[in-house]
Design a binder for this molecule. Structure first.
Ligand SMILES: *Cc1c(COP(=O)(O)O)cnc(C)c1O
Length: 451
């Protein structure tokens, strides 16, 4: 049962009767042994759970389980033997850097207090300043753009791929102006962006390419570790991310222009290795040794977590791709998406129900899911609509350094994505059996509401 996702369709059909005998799959009608069960149509006969029918996910949503234990305890114990808990030359911080490089082999690695901090350090080290423009995604955590705004620079939102939910390189190109200095590629949900296209654009226009890998721990772009294609990589260690110390971040680079500056832009401008004076202005984004101890113990857990999520997410895609009106999460076949979440879209014209009704019916079937991701694209939020970033004001606009008007800004595909998507929880504690039930539930709801 565990390996059923590895079987070809023909093998799967051939094995179905055996699985049924073993009680691993629900009986789905008399033709079950002859037909691929993903194409059987028993669902339309059974009423939706939301209408009082039987739940598809009968055994409940598998729990995530414990995310920390003995390795963390051991690191914390060793840390308590130390005479200092400060990051600079701290032994846990050194260990984090070594272990990080096994996951993402970059020369300059700096630990910091959050993913937001990592991104702010990256844009500061890239020399982004007042009036500069940074092109990025409107469907992301606010942490992606907070650093841009604090540098008095301008987030310029570009539109997204229909089912990848990542930057559309063509729209990125259209938004380049003389003021553009950087691109922040957000690997949303752990799905790698089209980095070849973005790197080409960055090279042609002399832009810094920053990777927001907050949701993409362990992801791979064409076999290469995420974070190693752009100029600077940013990771979050916040509690909801694949690995965590509660709150934390890492910023890293191989580029001699930016790498040596990461440390001081996260440490009040102090350059602790080169002993330079305070010639840059920066805030305190340091991570202390207790957090680093936990991160050092978390990093060796990553590969298993990433591999498992990739497997489960890909299995769901395989099982829902044939359903009319359902657009699965699109991942390039040579990439590894680590599914911080799984998100599919429904084609509104294919159904008699709204996205909200579809989501409610799916949730009633016992699937852990949510409608959409963030409520609105970032530019639609009041603080952007009011250009009210600094005590209700936006100095660079008042001073004529930007003419950006977020009330006039639109990214139609991003808006459509948020209006038509359903986000399904994927985590490493889940089983193939549960994912197969999720697929069945999606099919059941889709068939019920099909036009
Ligand atoms: C979580 C997240 C961030 C911010 O990380 P924090 O550690 O919460 O500051 C930035 N970008 C993306 C895409 C994220 O998911």
């Amino acid at each position: 049962m565990k390996n059923s996702n590895l079987l070809s369709r023909r093998e799967f059909v051939a094995t179905t009767s055996g699985l049924l005998a073993a009680g691993a799959l629900e009986p789905v009608g008399s033709q079950a042994a002859e037909t691929d069960i993903t194409e059987a149509k028993p669902a339309s006969k059974s009423p939706l759970a939301i209408h009082g029918g039987q739940k598809t996910v009968s055994k409940g949503v598998p729990g995530l389980g414990r995310r920390w234990g003995d390795p963390e305890r051991q690191q914390l114990e060793e840390m308590l033997q130390q005479t200092t808990l400060f990051y600079w030359d701290g032994r846990r911080t050194q260990l984090v850097k070594e272990r990080f490089r096994e996951v993402c082999p970059l020369k300059y690695v700096h630990t910091c207090s959050s993913g937001t901090a990592a991104l702010h350090i990256a844009v500061a080290a890239a020399g982004i300043g007042p009036g500069d423009e940074v092109i990025t995604s409107p469907v992301t955590d606010p942490g992606t753009v907070i650093g841009i705004l604090y540098q008095q620079a301008v987030p310029v939102f570009a539109d997204l791929g229909r089912s990848t939910y990542n930057l559309d390189p063509e729209d990125v190109k259209r938004r380049i102006t003389a003021k553009t200095k950087a691109i922040i590629a957000v690997h949303l949900a752990g799905n790698p962006c089209d980095m070849d296209a973005l790197k080409k654009i960055a090279d042609e226009h002399n832009l810094v390419l920053i990777e927001d890998c907050a949701q993409a721990w362990g992801a791979k772009y064409r076999g290469r570790p995420i974070g190693t294609i752009g100029h600077i990589a940013c990771f979050s260690l916040q509690n909801s991310k694949h690995i965590t110390c509660g709150d934390g971040g890492i910023v890293a680079s191989n580029d001699e222009r930016f790498g040596p500056d990461l440390q001081r832009f996260g440490d009040k401008g102090y350059d602790r290795s080169r002993g330079l004076g305070l010639n840059v202005f920066a805030t305190n984004y340091r991570m202390s040794e207790p957090q680093a101890a936990v991160v050092a113990a978390q990093l060796p857990r990553l590969e298993k977590i990433a591999a498992r999520r990739a497997e489960l997410g890909n299995l769901l895609t395989e099982k829902i791709s044939h359903i009319p009106g359902i657009l699965p999460h699109q991942v390039h076949p040579e990439d590894r998406c680590v599914y911080w979440f799984y998100m599919f879209r429904i084609e509104p014209k294919a159904f008699r129900c709204s996205r909200g009704e579809f989501f409610k019916a799916l949730a009633a079937e016992g699937v852990s899911c949510a409608s959409g991701y963030i409520g609105k694209p970032l530019y639609g939020e009041p603080v952007f609509q009011n250009h009210a970033f600094f005590a209700g004001r936006w100095p660079i606009k008042e001073f004529g350094l930007t003419s950006m008007d977020y009330t006039k800004h639109r990214n139609p595909e991003a808006e459509a994505i948020l209006a038509t998507s359903i986000r399904v929880t994927i985590h490493e504690g889940m089983t193939e059996e549960y994912i197969l039930d999720v697929a069945k539930a999606i099919e059941k709801v889709a068939r019920y509401y099909a036009v």
